[in-house]
Write a protein that binds this ligand. Structure first.
Ligand code: DAH
Length: 348
């Protein structure tokens, strides 16, 4: 029996050493320590022995069993360690690899031009107000001197959402009417309203069916065209540089009388002529005028007491000119390769 046990131990030892994978070890373990193992058979044969033999051989069988168990355990640890080490070796962090670049955001340039306008106007005491983009025909057209059937409506043909009563506003000018009506003709008005406007337009490099305007309205006593000219000139010098010269050309809008087109001297060539100003030396940045008698009246302000001026700047146009962008669609697509070029910060 003793020799038998030694042979079993030796064979088990050899097989355990030869194991390369945990699965092999599990097989060896069940072969030598499982229910159907030789050791188990030997244990069952003890029952036929004398008490004395039982003690001696029982002890020997158990010692062999313990020895095989500890051999299996240490081999198991050895195999697990090997697996772990192999995994760690593969996962080693290579600190010589260049780090992943973390992209850093930049302000949207259209938004920053609008914010520039807002801060200059706010410094002059203007409030920044909002208006609905889905607008009533009454505010968008009628109160601004464009009754139904007026031919000038065609130029601002837009998207109607409910019969002919509700539409996507074709300009930000309806905010003028809304603001005056809300103040019930009792107090002066000094507001700007930056916001989206919509028109049926063929989208190309300079036109978009959706674009941004910066509307302005001032109503007070004894206001004339010279106040408009002075205000716009100060604003343009602040926004486009102190050498900027303004020019006002006669124009026509239904809600202002007189009406003007606002031009600034080209900052690309300082008036000499270049491709930004199409060799004219001037750039048009919006429309303006003295608020029409009928508009004041229709919006609750007595035109014999109150007068005012209004203007509408094209925000994309100003941003395109300021940053030399030649396609309006650049503002609306989200291609970072394009927008990153307009990042003017120096500290990145
Ligand atoms: N609403 C005009 C447009 O979209 C721009 C404009 C012209 C606004 C004259 C005004 C203004 O407030 O007085 O073409």
């Amino acid at each position: 029996m003793k020799e038998n046990l030694e042979t079993i131990l030796k064979k088990a030892q050899e097989e355990i050493i030869a194991c390369l994978k945990p699965a092999d070890l599990a097989n060896v373990k069940s072969k030598y320590l499982g229910k159907k193992s030789e050791l188990n058979d030997l244990l069952s044969s003890l029952k036929d022995m004398s008490v004395e033999d039982k003690k001696t051989f029982g002890k020997l069988v158990n010692e062999t069993k313990q020895e095989i168990t500890s051999l299996v355990d240490s081999k198991n640890k050895e195999l697990e360690d090997a697996i772990l080490n192999e995994k760690l070796a593969k996962e080693t962090i290579d600190i010589s690899l260049p780090a992943t670049k973390i992209l850093c955001g930049a302000p949207n340039i259209l938004e920053s031009v609008i914010e520039d306008f807002e801060s200059v106007f706010m410094s002059m005491g203007y409030d920044v107000v909002d208006g609905p983009e889905i607008e009533e025909d009454r505010f968008n057209f009628e109160l601004l001197g464009l009754p139904k059937g007026h031919p000038a409506r065609d130029a601002q043909d837009t998207f109607y959402v409910k019969g002919d009563e509700m539409l996507l506003r074709s300009h930000t000018s309806p905010v003028q009417a809304r603001t005056m009506l809300a103040k019930e003709g009792k107090e002066p008005v000094r507001i700007i309203c930056p916001g989206k406007a919509y028109r049926r337009d063929d989208d190309d490099a300079t036109h978009s069916h959706q674009f941004t305007q910066i509307e302005g309205l001032l109503v007070d006593k004894d206001i004339s065209l010279s106040d408009l000219k002075g205000t716009v000139t100060v604003i343009c010098k602040k926004l486009f540089g102190k050498d900027t010269v303004t020019r006002f050309r006669p124009s026509y809008y239904q809600f202002t009388e007189p009406s003007v087109e606002m031009d600034i001297s080209c900052f690309g060539c300082k008036g000499k002529g270049c491709n930004i100003c199409k060799n004219t030396g001037w750039i048009t940045i919006g429309g303006a005028g003295v608020v029409h008698y009928d508009v004041l009246k229709g919006c609750g302000y007595d035109p014999n007491i109150w007068s005012g001026f209004a203007f509408g700047f094209g925000a994309e146009r100003c941003a395109m000119l300021k940053y030399g962008i030649n396609d309006i669609r650049t503002f609306y697509n989200t291609d970072l390769r394009e927008t990153a070029n307009f990042d003017r910060r120096e500290d990145i």
